[in-house]
Design a protein. Structure first.
Length: 556
């Protein structure tokens, strides 16, 4: 497919706010794309070069892209910068200059050729790589028509955002989420879908899996009614980590967070020798990493556990707060997928392959059909400083996402502690710069929202609970996500515009006294007395609370 034709589809997608129309346009696009090129078409429509867990990035900052534009169209950098300040979009700047440029000689470049050129730029590293990237990107721009220039320029600066996600692409392909949840590479899944080979998808070492999540109930009687015989396990307040290990061709270990980001393994030295404690050649484990206080022989809180990812002195911090990995599920052993096996069989296999000792611990598990046993275990684990219980269907399979009644966590009774029966994982959409004392931090309140399909709708402003330390930390994180315009997927009323919009990327945990109706917020609902609890670095936008989940909490 010629890239100029592909760009016309991107323009149509950019112009429509309709979810149905976006899906129809994507379906038309995929029908006209060969199976050899569909992976590249899918990646580029999302503004990526590979699934996020592979970490393939162009590493072209806005100033570098501006230099490429300057070089491509023989304009001084100052003029390009002025245009950018006026337009607020480097894609529009490059497009306008490409139209005016006499030097432009458009070639019939294909989608695959553009993709490969971008991939070469992404893989260029080492001394002098920044200058080489700028030159290569400028050369690519010269080969594109003006409309294509608009979209290609937006890719490295993360501004392509056309208002749809992987889920919309799956809808356009006419397939469910099951295959993607097992192998979350949307380009690969698209290839399999149009080749009618989705049935071949299975877990693979080195490829993260969308995690299985728990529903919420506060009645143990209802749990038994919905699930029958169950396994009751303790719920830890830690960092969800999937451990992937193989011995061939040489011992290798990977770690992935619940939002499928690859972990910096140097931050987790406990995992480097993990092969000693595994009796198989290949394995995928679902675990919760929990920090330990060796002096008090107690688990530390979540914030201290997760700080390991950010510390520089790992040797010191791993000595002060060693991590213990509570293993609660096994998805694959020696190339044999276990996701369609029952919980009890997976548990049996897990106990056979994990060596007692070292950093791995297998969770306690109690099989029961008695609601009173669940209640008593919940209270027992709360007294131990844990978060109560997770209740799992004894004959249930491993199903990614929050689907069906296979896993359930215990809710608190609403109002029992002056708050909702469950906390909310909200997406930070923007912020106000603050007044008075908070003005010095450049942040007073944050605007948060939740997911409604591919849209993100406003729910509430949050200021209470933000300490000075948190204000600084959140502001630093949001500086990297600033957006000159409201992202297309955001829905917000005209009288609720923050000082600064940010792209969806930061998740915060929030509680409140109750949920109320609201005409001010685009959800039609809001929170009474919202309070910030903590940053959830382990979660991404796809794991934010949904409108359906919010309504469920509101009715319990």
């Amino acid at each position: 497919m010629k890239f100029s034709d592909f760009s016309k589809y991107l323009e149509r997608l950019e112009k429509t706010p309709s979810r149905l129309e976006i899906t129809a346009i994507l379906k038309e696009l995929f029908n006209k794309t060969s199976k050899d090129e569909v992976k590249e078409v899918v990646y580029l429509s999302l503004g990526i070069l590979a699934p996020n867990y592979e970490g393939v990035l162009l590493n072209l900052a806005e100033k570098m892209v501006a230099r490429s534009i300057s070089l491509a169209y023989n304009k001084d950098l100052e003029s390009v910068t002025k245009l950018y300040k006026k337009e607020g979009d480097l894609g529009n700047v490059a497009e306008s200059l490409s139209v005016m440029s006499d030097a432009l000689r458009v070639k019939k470049i294909t989608v695959s050729q553009v993709f490969q050129k971008l991939l070469v730029i992404a893989k260029d590293g080492g001394e002098g790589s920044q200058d080489r990237k700028i030159v290569k990107f400028a050369e690519l721009l010269k080969q594109l028509d003006s409309l294509s220039v608009r979209y290609v320029t937006r890719i490295p600066v993360g501004k392509l955002r056309l208002g749809f996600s992987e889920k919309t692409i799956l809808d356009a392909l006419g397939v469910g989420e099951e295959g993607y949840n097992i192998h979350p590479d949307i380009g690969y899944i698209a290839q399999l879908a149009i080749s009618h080979k989705l049935s071949t998808v299975s877990p693979k070492v080195g490829v993260p899996v969308v995690p299985m999540l728990a529903q919420r109930l506060n009645s143990t009687t209802e749990m038994i009614a919905k699930m029958g015989e169950v396994a009751v396990e303790p719920k830890f307040d830690g960092l969800r980590i999937f451990i992937h290990f193989t011995r061939t061709p040489k011992p290798l270990v990977w770690g992935y967070t619940r939002n499928m980001n690859s972990l910096p393994m140097e931050s987790f030295p406990e995992l480097l020798e993990i092969g000693k404690y595994i009796k198989s050649d290949e394995i995928i484990l679902d675990t919760e990493a929990v920090g330990l206080d060796p002096k008090r022989q107690m688990f530390v809180d979540f914030q201290k556990t997760i700080s390991r990812r950010r510390k520089h002195d790992i040797e010191k911090s791993s000595g002060e707060t060693p991590l213990q990995f509570q293993v609660f599920d096994c998805l694959l052993i020696n190339d044999q997928s276990l996701i369609n096996e029952t919980y009890q069989l997976r548990r049996k296999k897990l106990e056979e392959v994990i060596v007692v000792g070292g950093p791995l611990r297998i969770d306690e598990s109690t099989i029961t059909s008695d609601p009173e046993v669940i209640k008593n275990l919940h209270l027992k684990y709360l007294k131990m400083g844990l978060e109560g219980v997770v209740v799992k269907r004894a004959n249930g399979h491993y199903v990614s996402g929050r689907t069906g009644w296979n896993w359930v966590k215990m809710k608190e009774e609403e109002g029992s502690q002056g708050r909702l029966s469950d906390t909310l994982d909200c997406i930070v959409m923007g912020y106000w710069k603050g007044l008075g004392k908070r003005a010095q931090f450049g942040l007073g309140k944050i605007l948060v929202g939740i997911k409604d399909g591919d849209s993100i709708r406003t729910l509430t402003k949050v200021g209470t609970g933000l300490t000075e330390v948190m204000l600084v930390e959140i502001k630093n994180m949001l500086n990297k996500l600033k957006s000159k315009i409201k992202p297309k997927e955001y829905e917000a009323s005209k009288d609720l515009i923050p000082d600064v919009w940010v792209s969806p990327g930061l998740i915060v945990e929030v509680t409140a006294d109750s949920i109320s109706k609201s005409t001010k917020h685009s959800l039609g609902l809001s929170l009474r007395f919202p309070r910030f609890i903590k940053i959830r670095e382990d979660k991404g936008p796809n794991e934010a609370t949904t409108l359906g989940e919010l309504k469920e909490i509101a009715t319990t």
